[in-house]
Design a protein. Structure first.
Lengths: 334, 335
């Protein structure tokens, strides 16, 4: 323990085999980084197809797995964009609670459904604007900037109704959480649409390029004329708005808005989903589909363990181990 | 920068420095004065001070560990789960006596810290995600040990006495906190280890080039954070007589908030141990004052305001810090 650095052997003449082995290892590492989460998902899927009864049914796949994973996937997509700018958004769970409360309160006062949803999303966007302003304009570290709304946001949501549970019975408002157009849960469709749009935005638009540039090297990107402050601001607004959308989905699916519990722990689920997909938290990379795959993979892992008689607590421990293992396999040499 | 503008700038810098270093302390003093003036004797009673300190002790111990971790430029999100695990294990083991329970709670916390430290220094994984995964895993472990129920201390053991005993007018937990903070401050200022912690957080590469044991120092702060959180869990269990399944949830973020309010920068390399204590007191005192305000029945403040006010406090502190850092870099001097 006491000696400082590890002695590196003098590699004066590496033989051809050593070199090719090193290259192969690099290649494997590249694969592990890119497809590790997808491969784990495939393995889990195959295992369940063989071992879990009724796994390969529409009910099980669409209405349990994907329906449960969809909200996490949507938040994780926003989180992935923020992480791409070398940031983090801890406030998503609180923003969900605020959006759910705002939407439910407006609809319960017999105002139009569209107004309720628009107001909820607008309030969420304002939350994102607050986070983004602190990070982009004032240079506050993202963890601290979003910690403020993480702490205060839940209190704000609770103050809207004094912490009371608000039961909901409005099919139009609850469409996002309960409807099943064409036999598919609406939230799965929404998640898919969000993923496709986010993927296209990241691939095709200038904003997408800018996110990667800002996260990769902010100083360089600013010198190259990238409006880094605006890019970061938009990223936090996107993350908060998506969290607000999921807040609406959550209260709709529960048929009640509960400021105390809506979105509790969502920030951790979303960050874990992004991280297992091999996205470095240091920024500069965004994989929208990785976030989706990560969310589905972690959900399937939980469900698999619980379906096979492993208690929820042990499942949680295994989840922690899997996240660390995923990080280890996908670590990026600095 | 001409010499003519330098003196007022320097003075403003001094004021700014004072605000950053002692801003939390000033706010704390103001709040205490407000409490004494508005709620009089009831606020300033020994009982209120004792219960405030005993309550704060747990948060203080966790925040102390977090301070050292943050000084190295890291973060430890697992502390809340470690509080739960430490409490549960201590209660289970306390059947064999108080000392065994105390040792087991601290020991299991240190063990989690060893795992964190190993993953971060040896496997070179990011502290944020490593400790996030440990937050999940350790919470699962704590629930598993407790059989997903609240762990209740046996009434035959003297475990709960730890929460009741007091010495020289203060509860044992408060003494533990005071000792830990005095020890921490002494270690930071007078021991080589404290200097190394700051050096690692200030500039890892420079610290390594200077031949400082970077890995060992980083490892040690996570072990310390784990042990202190485990100890906080022991006090939680002994004060309440039980540790429920949600114990310690979210403590990691309140600890970070207390550290930041105290003026320790999240970038590492700068920080003060005693300011963290002030930060902890400040954030808890807000809650205490709300309770007193409500008992006056003049203004009723919903307890939900507590988190909003804490968030607002954090916001003000952070904005003050930002102003200060900007001004300091503008004048081009390192304080």
């Amino acid at each position: 323990m006491t000696q400082g650095a590890v002695q590196t052997p003098a590699a004066d003449a590496p033989s051809a085999t050593v070199r090719s082995r090193a290259r192969m290892r690099e290649q494997w590492k590249g694969y592990a980084q890119k497809y590790g989460a997808l491969a784990t998902l495939a393995v889990l899927f195959l295992y369940n197809a063989v071992e879990t009864p009724h796994f390969l049914t529409k009910q099980s796949l669409l209405f349990i797995l994907l329906r449960q994973a969809a909200p996490i996937a949507i938040v994780a997509i926003g989180m992935a964009i923020v992480i791409g700018t070398a940031g983090i958004d801890l406030s998503v769970g609180s923003v969900m609670a605020i959006a759910g409360q705002v939407g439910a309160t407006i609809v319960l006062h017999d105002h139009p459904v569209v107004l309720a949803m628009a107001a909820a999303l607008l309030v969420s966007a304002v939350c994102g604007f607050f986070n983004g302003t602190l990070v982009a304009r004032y240079g506050v570290q993202p963890i601290i900037a979003t910690l403020i709304l993480f702490i205060a946001g839940r209190g704000i949501a609770q103050l809207i109704t004094g912490g009371e549970l608000q039961p909901l019975a409005n099919p139009a408002f609850q469409w996002v959480g309960l409807a099943r157009p064409g036999g598919v849960p609406a939230q799965v469709i929404i998640a898919l649409v969000v993923a496709v749009v986010a993927w296209l935005v990241m691939r095709l638009t200038v904003f997408g390029r800018h996110v990667l540039a800002v996260g990769g090297n902010e100083t360089a990107s600013r010198l190259a004329g990238v409006p880094s402050a605006r890019v970061k601001l938009y990223a936090y607004i996107a993350s908060a708005t998506l969290a607000g959308l999921v807040g609406l989905i959550a209260v709709s699916a529960n048929s009640a808005s509960d400021a105390n519990n809506t979105g509790l722990g969502m920030e951790l689920d979303a960050i874990a989903a992004v991280a297992v997909a091999g996205t470095p938290l240091t920024g500069g990379r965004v994989t929208v589909w990785g976030a989706v795959v990560g969310a589905v993979m972690l959900k399937l892992l939980q469900n698999t363990l619980i379906a096979h008689g492993i208690t929820k607590e042990v499942a949680q421990m295994i989840e922690g181990v899997v996240i660390v293992a995923a990080l280890y396999l996908q670590r990026h040499e600095s | 920068m001409t010499t003519a503008t330098a003196p007022p700038r320097a003075r403003r810098l001094q004021v700014g420095l004072l605000l950053q270093r002692q801003g939390a302390l000033i706010a704390l003093v103001l709040l205490v004065v407000l409490g004494v003036l508005r709620y009089g004797d009831r606020f300033a009673t020994g009982y209120n001070v004792q219960s405030l300190l005993a309550d704060n002790a747990k948060y203080g111990l966790v925040a102390l560990g977090m301070t050292f971790v943050i000084m190295t430029g890291g973060i430890d999100l697992s502390v809340g789960s470690v509080v739960a695990l430490g409490g549960v294990v201590a209660i289970k083991v306390s059947q064999h006596g108080l000392v065994a329970g105390l040792a087991a709670g601290i020991g299991v916390g240190a063990l989690v810290g060893i795992v964190n430290g190993w993953l971060i220094t040896r496997l070179k994984l990011q502290p944020f995600i490593v400790t996030l995964a440990m937050l999940l895993a350790v919470r699962g472990l704590a629930l598993n040990v407790a059989h997903t129920r609240a762990a209740v201390a046996s009434s035959e053991s003297n475990f709960q006495k730890l929460g009741d005993w007091s010495a020289f007018g203060l509860p044992v937990a408060a003494w533990a906190m005071v000792l830990a903070f005095v020890g921490g401050a002494a270690a930071l200022h007078y021991a080589p280890w404290g200097r190394q912690v700051l050096a690692v957080g200030g500039n890892v590469d420079a610290a390594r080039l200077m031949g400082l044991p970077v890995a060992r120092t980083t490892f040690s702060v996570y072990v310390l954070s784990g042990a202190l959180s485990g100890c906080a869990g022991v006090f939680l269990g002994s004060q309440n007589g039980s540790v429920d399944t949600a114990a310690g949830q979210g403590w990691e973020l309140s600890a970070i908030a207390a550290v930041v309010v105290g003026g320790t920068l999240l970038t590492g390399g700068i920080g003060s141990v005693l300011s963290t204590l002030v930060g902890v007191m400040l954030l808890q005192l807000i809650f205490n004052l709300i309770v007193f305000e409500n008992s006056k029945h003049v203004l009723t403040i919903s307890s939900y305001w507590e988190s909003v006010i804490r968030g607002a406090f954090l916001l003000v502190v952070v904005l003050l810090q930002v102003r200060l850092i900007r001004r300091r870099s503008a004048t081009g001097r390192a304080a």
